[in-house]
Design a binder for this molecule. Sequence first.
Ligand code: SF4
Ligand code: SF4
Ligand code: SF4
Length: 316
Amino acid sequence: MLDQLKETIKKALPELDFVMGWGMGFDALHATPLFMYEPEDVDKLVWGPLNIQNLATYLPSLKGKKVGIVVKGCDSRSVAELLQEKLVNRDEVVIFGMACQGTVNLTKVREIVGNTGLVEDVKYENGKLTVTADGQPHEMLLKDVRADKCGYCRFPNAVISDHFVGEERAPQVEEDTFEDLKEFESQSFEERRDFWMKEMDRCLRCYACRNACPLCVCRDHCVAQSRDPHWVSQQDGIRDKFMFQIIHATHMAGRCTNCGECERACPVDIPVLLLKRSFNRAVKNTFAYDAGLDAGATPPLLAFKVNEDNIKEKEW
Ligand code: SF4
Ligand code: SF4
Ligand code: SF4
């Protein structure tokens, strides 16, 4: 499949400024975004469960260039959503879609491998990952170390593509029932409040969660730093940090494609996707809508209907 992908990219490359994919990073465990300008760059491409970054995040800043992008299922939803919101022009992007087998959560891998420094080798075969560090191989099942989002993935295959490479894969689930929210929500209000107070106390206010999000496009006008309007102070308090997270989640309501990049990018593993998932469920229940599935659709909170189909306000 990787060879077929490389060949497809090489054929398309002369018509493009560059193509984005993943290459090997500073060690065998860390894939990194790869920008391919020449056929030799394409030879550095890697594909597998370590391709965790959602490269769609780069797209809005590349307007005016004609670029290619390799996408997993969840990344492709971000591209579709960017197209829906006209943050990216369809004729400026060429999408190389793949079927995804799931990606790893590096924190879970590190819990098994330990703090060994650089990883020498990673092999992936038949759902099993073998990570070699300090000459010592560590075997693990991908399902034990995969990102939580992959456990309830409905769209492993790119939902939009110009070139789909390889065979399609079956989804993990047919319907997302938001099971992952149930344990948290079974707690009392006080327990949930204390949970978020503790988590926000650990927040570094680094904004990696915001910067990694492909749909978080206010950039220099972000409420977290804006002085006018001054929604969030620059103090390092829990309230201000939580206020920022709530605003971020609200801005994503009906737009969040559940790619999990906000949580993945957090250097202190704050489960910020929990907030987004709960907004996603509310949008799904209210508008019967999933973000990033139809590049021609308008997200419900960017539209206005006098009478929403599922709210039926005229019947009250
Ligand atoms: S959510 Fe689906 S498409 Fe995205 S990384 Fe996981 S398995 Fe792949
Ligand atoms: S809020 Fe998080 S999960 Fe949603 S689109 Fe942004 S990065 Fe992805
Ligand atoms: S990435 Fe994590 S630590 Fe940084 S601002 Fe977001 S929640 Fe806070």
